[in-house]
Design a protein around this ligand. Structure first.
Ligand SMILES: Nc1ncnc2c1ncn2[C@@H]1O[C@H](COP(=O)(O)OP(=O)(O)OP(=O)(O)O)[C@@H](O)[C@H]1O
Ligand SMILES: [Mg+2]
Length: 310
């Protein structure tokens, strides 16, 4: 096992010319919430997988934290309404969750909590069966509520449930970029293909980013991508890009046990380096233009499905 220095700084990475905080997480916490409501475009990145347990939440948490550490004002949404665990992974104790919003006990804004380094988190609710049984109209209602949040953020990262349930499709459809997480298991690749197929054919998603997780070597990640890309190119009208690979890393497991993001707990570990690289690349994706670049993008993209689903 490699022996990263847990105290090594991971900061100071300039992502796409944006301000970078000093080599200490504390300034992030001060910098993030201070700015008045942003009018800049908000980039929304949905993380999904098809198969469960491949690492969506790990990717979402560490991508979001890497963005925060690079000076991006970031909101992490946990939309896994059945088995939420963003809050568990980050050691947060939410007072309200999306379950309370749906039950009418609070507004969406009441659920937002400040996580490490100034990362904003909207937690979901774990183990509430009825949360997995929302109607398509309720999913759209939730997306609408997100679209009306008035927060000074640059980026939202959306952690999704596994599978191809309506809620997953809705959040992926509403995002500007979709990251599909795969790992080296046949079911992971076939389930990823199934998800991309439904997104492409039923929800008009035309491009996805593929991130290989828990790989034993960089070649393994590339190979997984090529497998998925080959079959997609044949049967689907979707552009697939390779976002990179996160190595299988014992330091990540340790960070999960410590309820911290690995990029924060063990910043020089192999997975932390890979996550920061992914975040750097994600920051270079073209900035969304026009009204869809604002938080209203959610609503704008969903207006038609919302009506037909109601
Ligand atoms: N790169 C990695 N190296 C080592 N362990 C990993 C890696 N990525 C994820 N894991 C481990 O795999 C487990 C599942 O990860 P995670 O919860 O992120 O998956 P998920 O796709 O969100 O699962 P679910 O479908 O249940 O939401 C975690 O316990 C985590 O510790
Ligand atoms: Mg998860």
């Amino acid at each position: 096992m490699p022996s990263p220095d847990p105290n090594a700084s991971c900061l100071g990475h300039d992502m796409n010319g944006h301000d970078t905080p000093a080599a200490d997480p504390a300034p992030c916490a001060e910098a993030a919430p201070a700015t008045p409501a942003s009018v800049a475009p908000v980039r929304v990145i949905a993380v999904a997988s098809g198969k469960g347990g491949v690492g969506k939440t790990s990717v979402s948490v560490n991508l979001a934290m890497s963005l925060v550490m690079a000076g991006r004002r970031t909101l992490l949404l946990d939309t896994d309404l059945g088995l939420a665990n963003v809050d568990v992974m980050l050691g947060l104790s939410p007072r309200f969750t999306l379950a309370d919003v749906i039950a009418g006990r609070c507004e969406l804004a009441d659920t937002i909590i400040e996580g490490p380094g100034g990362l904003w988190v909207v937690p979901a609710a774990s183990g509430k069966r009825h949360m997995t049984e929302l109607t398509p109209a309720q999913h759209v209602g939730l997306v609408h509520a997100f679209s009306q949040l008035d927060l000074p953020i640059d980026t939202m990262v959306v952690d999704n449930a596994a599978g191809i349930a309506d809620g997953v499709l809705t959040f992926c459809q509403a995002a500007q970029d979709v990251i599909i997480v795969v790992c080296d298991e046949p079911a992971s690749v076939t389930d990823a293909y199934a998800l991309v197929k439904v997104l492409s054919r039923e929800r008009g998603v035309t491009r996805v980013q593929v991130l290989a997780n828990q790989v034993g070597s960089p070649q393994e990640g590339r190979h997984l991508f090529e497998k998925l890309e080959r079959v997609s190119a044949r049967f689907l009208d979707v552009t697939m890009s390779y976002l990179g690979a996160i190595p299988r890393d014992e330091w990540l497991r340790r960070a999960v046990q410590r309820q911290e993001a690995v990029v924060e707990a063990f910043p020089s570990s192999p997975s932390a380096l890979a996550f920061r690289d992914v975040a750097r690349r994600a920051s270079q994706w073209q900035v969304p233009q026009g009204p869809r670049g604002h938080v209203e993008f959610f609503l704008e993209r969903l207006v038609t499905p919302a009506r037909s689903a109601a």
